[in-house]
Ligand binder design. Structure first.
Ligand SMILES: Cc1cc2nc3c(=O)[nH]c(=O)nc-3n(C[C@H](O)[C@H](O)[C@H](O)COP(=O)(O)OP(=O)(O)OC[C@H]3O[C@@H](n4cnc5c(N)ncnc54)[C@H](O)[C@@H]3O)c2cc1C
Length: 665
């Protein structure tokens, strides 16, 4: 039976009451307790640093050569907090409300409220660490706006917010490493969870440089291993991001929640060809100033494609600013799922503006003029020419998003100061993940999950700038309290031995799996299988899903998995640095997860957030929820094969928010 352990009492008091009542571990006892934290992104670094600061002995792992290279470093646009610095009416309640609504009413009220409550502390913590958030002229922290909200609550550091936040968390982590409270194991990959008497008591890891298989024990294990968007092969995630740690935990008894809830981000550089292995995000922050459009007439589309017209030749009245037309209240800042589907709708109708037919424009021309006029006034320039205005406006845009514009130019060889960017939706984030209770513990006692790895607080669609907030909330402010409630039972346990049957069995399993891959006499490279999996996922479990395609996808993935295990080529040895072997072990798990995602999507016959079932839409093509039958979290229990997983339902109770059809019109 699923027990989410949501505290009793009024919503706004639950977290404080819970903190006041859960059990504590006293400082002397903390010194006898070991915790393994897998992952050093924002969730993992902040958790490891905070737990060590509290006095626990922490072992931290990442597969990169440095904690600083965790995927979090790629985050661009910003981090939300309800500080109301803009005096525009923001509050804890509004952040809570926007997040629940943005997630299409498929997240837990209590968790989201806690997230909104601690959001302000995160900013203070990061400022104290020296994170260089953007500031206004007067020195106060600046804010901008992200999709799905009507206030400006996003704190940012140019287009490198993740990098700056991670440097802050990494410095806190480094301090604990230097004090000996954190043992840092770079280039180590967790390969298995070890359970003793039903509790998580350690892991098996592979040293990626030597290939050595190692045993590590602890009183609790925390997985901060990120999201699984790379199941789609092409995504905006770092190439190494994978599901393996979470999937191993799932196979050991942790339920996997809402695996089909995937976020497709509307503003990415479009796919250019078959040999591409990565997609690049153009931050959502750009939608503060960029306007999205396609030509109104197909003749103009044709003219642009054959080169007889440039996008800049089209007059205002010849452009269809379809988001502003369809959603006047939120315009270009509708949430990601809504903006992505609207782009797909226009491109499917034949208005795509590149050769593949899968691109729309993101245009800054009017922002150059708007900012340029203000800048001319502030600088006291009388009667500035149009050219001067645009030039001044470009300078302002450069100061806000310069690195993103440079990135776009380097990748596409088009100058976005001169011509609109071309963008198209791409896989970006996964709202699904390991099911956790209010204490962030999975269904395996002693096994916790934080950050993108858990199913978290975002329901069926995450609002922009909320992932960094959630990762740091989990790591700095939630887990350090809640883990003590579990560990209070372990103060007399003593060191956990690794010389036990359980560790023997787990190590053997890992070695056998690696051996099977290495000694396979196949002839097809890992990437070939990954690309094929990605295509099935994108076409049948991507932006739009239907029953027939999902059933077909499950069958195709099962076939592909069989072929992978009989025909994959993994060159090299298991006893050395072997990136192909790393990719193969991770893909083996993606090939199982993919099936689970399709099964979850098939079972949820409603549309909600990023999960769009074609059978369930309003007459004007919006996602149509079915609250009567689907107001629950799907928590899947592994039973041997992904397609035979057992569904457990956690009912979602809305006491404080009225469930409504989401509207951004
Ligand atoms: C391009 C891009 C831009 C983004 N911009 C924003 C933004 O502006 N604002 C926002 O809120 N969100 C943004 N996001 C989302 C956000 O960056 C992520 O959700 C968040 O950083 C995830 O943090 P994490 O700590 O959970 O995981 P990650 O940062 O992904 O870290 C995972 C860690 O786990 C480790 N790991 C994984 N598996 C294993 C294993 N088996 N063994 C050992 N170690 C393992 C890795 O080494 C790594 O250290 C963006 C995402 C992308 C892709």
């Amino acid at each position: 039976m699923l027990d989410s352990r949501i505290p009793e009492g009024p919503l706004a008091e639950k977290w404080n009451t819970h903190k006041d009542n859960i059990r504590l571990v006293n400082p002397a006892n903390k010194r006898d307790i070991d915790i393994i934290v897998v992952g050093t992104g924002l969730a993992g670094s902040s958790a490891a640093a905070s737990l060590a600061e509290l006095g626990y002995n922490v072992k931290s792992l990442c597969f990169q050569d440095s904690p600083r290279r965790a995927h979090s470093i790629a985050a661009q646009g910003g981090i939300n907090a309800s500080k109301n610095y803009q005096n525009d009416g923001d509050s804890v309640y509004r952040l809570f409300y926007d997040t629940v609504k943005g997630g299409d009413y498929r997240s837990r009220e209590a968790n989201v409220h806690r997230l909104a409550e601690v959001s302000s502390n995160i900013i203070d913590q990061c400022v104290a660490q020296g994170v260089p958030f953007a500031r206004e002229y007067g020195g106060l922290l600046d804010n901008r706006s992200f999709g799905g909200v009507q206030v400006s609550r996003t704190f940012y550091a140019k287009g490198q917010t993740g990098q700056q936040l991670l440097l802050g968390a990494y410095s806190a982590l480094s301090r604990q490493i230097s004090k000996g409270k954190v043992e840092m194991l770079n280039r180590h990959e967790m390969m298995e969870v070890v359970k003793v008497d039903g509790k998580a008591r350690g892991i098996i890891a592979r040293n990626l440089v030597t290939g050595e298989i190692e045993r590590h024990s602890a009183h609790a294990v925390v997985l901060c291993t990120g999201g699984y968007g790379n199941a789609f092969y092409l995504s905006t995630n770092a190439m190494g991001s994978n599901v393996s740690a979470a999937w191993k935990a799932h196979k050991q008894g942790s339920f996997f929640a809402n695996p089909c809830f995937t976020q497709i981000h509307p503003t990415c550089i479009p796919v250019s060809g078959h040999y591409q292995s990565k997609l690049t995000l153009m931050s959502e922050s750009l939608r503060n100033d960029g306007r999205i459009w396609v030509p109104k007439s197909k003749d103009d589309v044709e003219a642009i494609l054959n080169g007889s017209k440039l996008p800049t030749d089209l007059k205002e009245e010849e452009r269809d600013y379809y988001l502003e037309r369809r959603y006047p209240a939120f315009g270009n800042l509708v949430p990601r799922d809504v903006a992505s589907r609207a782009a797909k709708e226009r491109c499917d109708a034949g208005f795509g503006v590149n050769k593949t037919g899968h691109a729309v424009y993101l245009d800054f021309a009017s922002a150059f003029v708007r900012y340029g006029k203000t800048e001319a006034l502030t600088r006291g320039i009388q009667n500035p020419s149009d050219e001067t205005i645009v030039e001044l406006g470009r300078e302002v845009i450069k100061s806000k998003y310069g690195n993103l514009f440079d990135m776009y130019k380097q990748i596409t060889d088009d100058n976005p100061y001169e011509t609109p960017m071309m963008i198209y939706p791409a896989v970006h984030y996964t709202m699904g993940g390991l099911w956790v209770d209010y204490n962030l513990m999975t269904t395996v006692p002693g096994l916790f999950a934080a950050g993108e790895a858990n199913f978290s607080d975002h329901g069926a669609n995450r609002l922009g700038a909320s992932a960094l907030m959630q990762g740091l909330a989990d790591g700095y402010f939630v887990l350090p309290y809640t883990i003590g409630d579990y560990l209070a039972d372990d103060i007399r346990t003593g060191k956990i031995s690794t010389e036990t049957q359980e560790f023997d069995a787990a190590e053997k399993k890992v070695k056998d799996e690696i051996q099977a891959l290495i000694s396979n006499n196949g002839d097809t490279p890992v990437d070939d299988f990954h690309r094929r999996l990605g295509l099935i996922m994108w076409e049948k479990c991507g932006m739009a899903r239907n029953e027939k395609d999902l059933k077909q996808a499950i069958a195709e993935i099962q076939e592909l998995r069989k072929e992978f295990h009989s025909n994959v080529l993994v060159p090299g040895s298991e006893n050395a640095f072997n990136p192909e072997l790393e990719k193969a072990t991770r893909l083996a798990d993606f090939l199982e997860l993919g099936e689970a995602m399709c099964l979850d999507a098939l079972t949820r016959a409603e549309s909600c957030g990023g999960h769009f079932r074609e059978e369930s839409q309003t007459p004007d093509g919006e996602a149509l929820r079915d609250d009567e039958n689907y107001t629950f979290v799907s928590a899947w229990e592994y039973t041997g094969t992904p397609s035979e997983a057992k569904l457990h339902k956690e009912d979602l109770i809305y006491d404080n928010i009225e469930l409504k059809q989401r509207s951004y019109k």
